[in-house]
Design a protein around this ligand. Sequence first.
Ligand code: RP5
Length: 170
Amino acid sequence: MAGTAKVAILMGSKNDLPKLQGTVETLQKFGVLFTVRVMSAHRTPEVVAKFATDAAAAGLQVIIAAAGGAAHLAGVVAAHTTLPVIGIPVEGGALNGLDALLSTVQMPGGIAVAAVGIGSGGATNAALLAVQILALQDAGLAAKFTKFRADQRAKVMQADAEVTIADTAQ
Ligand code: RP5
Protein backbone atom coordinates (compact mmCIF):
# COMPACT_ATOMS: atom_id res chain seq x y z
CA MET A 1 0.00 0.00 0.00
CA ALA A 2 1.25 3.51 -0.73
CA GLY A 3 2.07 5.98 2.05
CA THR A 4 3.73 5.43 5.38
CA ALA A 5 2.90 2.11 6.98
CA LYS A 6 1.59 2.36 10.54
CA VAL A 7 1.53 -1.40 11.17
CA ALA A 8 4.01 -4.12 10.30
CA ILE A 9 2.87 -7.70 9.89
CA LEU A 10 5.89 -9.93 10.39
CA MET A 11 5.90 -13.70 9.97
CA GLY A 12 8.55 -16.29 10.64
CA SER A 13 7.96 -18.14 7.38
CA LYS A 14 6.17 -17.59 4.08
CA ASN A 15 4.21 -20.69 5.06
CA ASP A 16 2.52 -18.61 7.77
CA LEU A 17 0.97 -16.21 5.24
CA PRO A 18 -2.24 -18.16 4.51
CA LYS A 19 -3.01 -18.14 8.24
CA LEU A 20 -2.80 -14.35 8.33
CA GLN A 21 -5.54 -13.61 5.84
CA GLY A 22 -7.77 -12.17 8.57
CA THR A 23 -5.01 -9.86 9.74
CA VAL A 24 -4.41 -8.48 6.26
CA GLU A 25 -8.09 -8.18 5.35
CA THR A 26 -9.02 -6.48 8.62
CA LEU A 27 -6.33 -3.82 8.30
CA GLN A 28 -7.42 -3.25 4.70
CA LYS A 29 -11.05 -2.94 5.79
CA PHE A 30 -10.13 -0.18 8.23
CA GLY A 31 -7.87 1.56 5.70
CA VAL A 32 -4.79 1.15 7.88
CA LEU A 33 -1.52 1.29 5.95
CA PHE A 34 0.72 -1.68 6.64
CA THR A 35 3.77 -3.55 5.45
CA VAL A 36 4.18 -7.33 5.33
CA ARG A 37 7.57 -9.00 5.85
CA VAL A 38 8.96 -12.49 6.32
CA MET A 39 11.76 -12.63 8.88
CA SER A 40 12.74 -15.25 11.38
CA ALA A 41 14.03 -14.89 14.93
CA HIS A 42 16.23 -17.95 14.44
CA ARG A 43 16.88 -18.06 10.66
CA THR A 44 17.48 -14.34 10.06
CA PRO A 45 17.98 -12.97 13.58
CA GLU A 46 20.03 -9.95 12.47
CA VAL A 47 17.26 -8.88 10.07
CA VAL A 48 14.70 -9.07 12.87
CA ALA A 49 16.87 -7.07 15.24
CA LYS A 50 17.52 -4.32 12.69
CA PHE A 51 13.90 -4.10 11.59
CA ALA A 52 12.62 -3.82 15.16
CA THR A 53 15.33 -1.35 16.16
CA ASP A 54 14.50 0.93 13.19
CA ALA A 55 10.72 0.45 13.27
CA ALA A 56 9.68 3.50 15.30
CA ALA A 57 11.91 5.85 13.29
CA ALA A 58 10.39 4.42 10.12
CA GLY A 59 6.96 5.61 11.29
CA LEU A 60 5.54 2.29 12.41
CA GLN A 61 3.29 2.41 15.48
CA VAL A 62 2.32 -1.21 16.04
CA ILE A 63 4.10 -4.46 15.14
CA ILE A 64 2.23 -7.72 14.66
CA ALA A 65 4.50 -10.77 14.75
CA ALA A 66 3.23 -14.22 13.78
CA ALA A 67 5.18 -17.43 14.25
CA GLY A 68 4.69 -21.12 14.80
CA GLY A 69 6.56 -23.75 16.78
CA ALA A 70 8.78 -22.41 19.56
CA ALA A 71 7.56 -18.97 18.55
CA HIS A 72 9.98 -16.33 19.75
CA LEU A 73 9.59 -13.79 16.92
CA ALA A 74 7.22 -11.51 18.84
CA GLY A 75 9.39 -11.58 21.96
CA VAL A 76 12.58 -10.84 20.07
CA VAL A 77 10.91 -7.98 18.21
CA ALA A 78 9.59 -6.58 21.49
CA ALA A 79 13.10 -6.75 22.94
CA HIS A 80 14.34 -4.39 20.22
CA THR A 81 11.58 -1.77 20.21
CA THR A 82 9.37 0.22 22.56
CA LEU A 83 6.44 -0.01 20.11
CA PRO A 84 3.54 -2.24 21.13
CA VAL A 85 3.98 -5.78 19.81
CA ILE A 86 1.09 -8.17 19.18
CA GLY A 87 2.01 -11.84 18.86
CA ILE A 88 0.02 -14.33 16.80
CA PRO A 89 0.67 -18.00 17.59
CA VAL A 90 0.46 -19.78 14.26
CA GLU A 91 -1.47 -23.03 14.06
CA GLY A 92 0.41 -26.09 12.80
CA GLY A 93 3.31 -28.38 13.49
CA ALA A 94 3.41 -31.35 15.85
CA LEU A 95 1.49 -29.53 18.60
CA ASN A 96 -0.91 -27.68 16.30
CA GLY A 97 0.02 -24.25 17.64
CA LEU A 98 -0.13 -24.97 21.35
CA ASP A 99 3.66 -24.59 21.51
CA ALA A 100 3.43 -21.25 19.71
CA LEU A 101 0.64 -20.07 21.99
CA LEU A 102 2.62 -20.79 25.13
CA SER A 103 5.82 -19.31 23.70
CA THR A 104 3.99 -16.14 22.71
CA VAL A 105 1.85 -15.62 25.79
CA GLN A 106 4.33 -16.69 28.47
CA MET A 107 6.75 -13.80 28.13
CA PRO A 108 8.70 -13.28 31.33
CA GLY A 109 7.90 -9.99 33.10
CA GLY A 110 9.70 -6.97 31.69
CA ILE A 111 9.13 -7.33 27.94
CA ALA A 112 5.45 -7.29 26.99
CA VAL A 113 3.84 -9.09 24.07
CA ALA A 114 0.08 -8.89 23.62
CA ALA A 115 -0.78 -12.45 22.63
CA VAL A 116 -3.92 -13.30 20.70
CA GLY A 117 -5.39 -16.76 20.17
CA ILE A 118 -4.43 -19.54 17.77
CA GLY A 119 -6.40 -19.69 14.52
CA SER A 120 -8.38 -17.31 12.37
CA GLY A 121 -9.94 -15.52 15.35
CA GLY A 122 -6.54 -14.62 16.70
CA ALA A 123 -5.33 -13.44 13.31
CA THR A 124 -8.32 -11.12 13.00
CA ASN A 125 -8.09 -9.94 16.60
CA ALA A 126 -4.44 -8.98 16.17
CA ALA A 127 -5.49 -6.49 13.51
CA LEU A 128 -8.45 -5.27 15.57
CA LEU A 129 -6.18 -4.64 18.54
CA ALA A 130 -3.76 -2.75 16.30
CA VAL A 131 -6.67 -0.63 15.04
CA GLN A 132 -7.75 0.10 18.62
CA ILE A 133 -4.22 1.21 19.54
CA LEU A 134 -3.97 3.49 16.50
CA ALA A 135 -7.49 4.81 17.13
CA LEU A 136 -6.37 6.33 20.43
CA GLN A 137 -4.78 9.11 18.38
CA ASP A 138 -6.91 8.97 15.24
CA ALA A 139 -10.52 10.15 15.59
CA GLY A 140 -11.49 8.96 12.12
CA LEU A 141 -10.24 5.46 12.82
CA ALA A 142 -11.96 5.50 16.22
CA ALA A 143 -15.26 6.32 14.49
CA LYS A 144 -14.76 3.42 12.07
CA PHE A 145 -14.07 1.08 14.95
CA THR A 146 -17.18 2.21 16.81
CA LYS A 147 -19.24 1.60 13.65
CA PHE A 148 -17.65 -1.86 13.26
CA ARG A 149 -18.77 -2.75 16.79
CA ALA A 150 -22.29 -1.42 16.14
CA ASP A 151 -22.56 -3.37 12.87
CA GLN A 152 -21.35 -6.53 14.58
CA ARG A 153 -23.92 -6.07 17.32
CA ALA A 154 -26.69 -5.52 14.76
CA LYS A 155 -25.76 -8.78 13.00
CA VAL A 156 -26.05 -10.75 16.22
CA MET A 157 -29.37 -9.11 17.05
CA GLN A 158 -30.60 -9.96 13.54
CA ALA A 159 -29.44 -13.58 13.93
CA ASP A 160 -31.22 -13.79 17.25
CA ALA A 161 -34.43 -12.54 15.63
CA GLU A 162 -34.07 -15.13 12.85
CA VAL A 163 -33.37 -18.23 14.93
CA THR A 164 -35.20 -17.59 18.16
CA ILE A 165 -38.02 -20.01 18.83
CA ALA A 166 -40.73 -18.83 21.15
CA ASP A 167 -40.78 -20.43 24.57
CA THR A 168 -42.44 -23.81 24.08
CA ALA A 169 -43.04 -24.31 27.78
CA GLN A 170 -46.72 -24.42 28.65
C1 RP5 B 1 8.43 -20.62 12.46
O1 RP5 B 1 8.51 -21.96 12.22
C2 RP5 B 1 7.54 -20.07 11.40
O2 RP5 B 1 6.82 -18.99 11.92
C3 RP5 B 1 6.65 -21.21 11.00
O3 RP5 B 1 5.36 -21.11 11.57
C4 RP5 B 1 7.37 -22.41 11.57
C5 RP5 B 1 7.76 -23.39 10.51
O4 RP5 B 1 8.43 -22.73 9.46
P1 RP5 B 1 8.68 -23.45 8.08
O5 RP5 B 1 9.58 -24.63 8.38
O6 RP5 B 1 7.33 -23.86 7.55
O7 RP5 B 1 9.35 -22.43 7.20
O8 RP5 B 1 9.67 -20.01 12.41
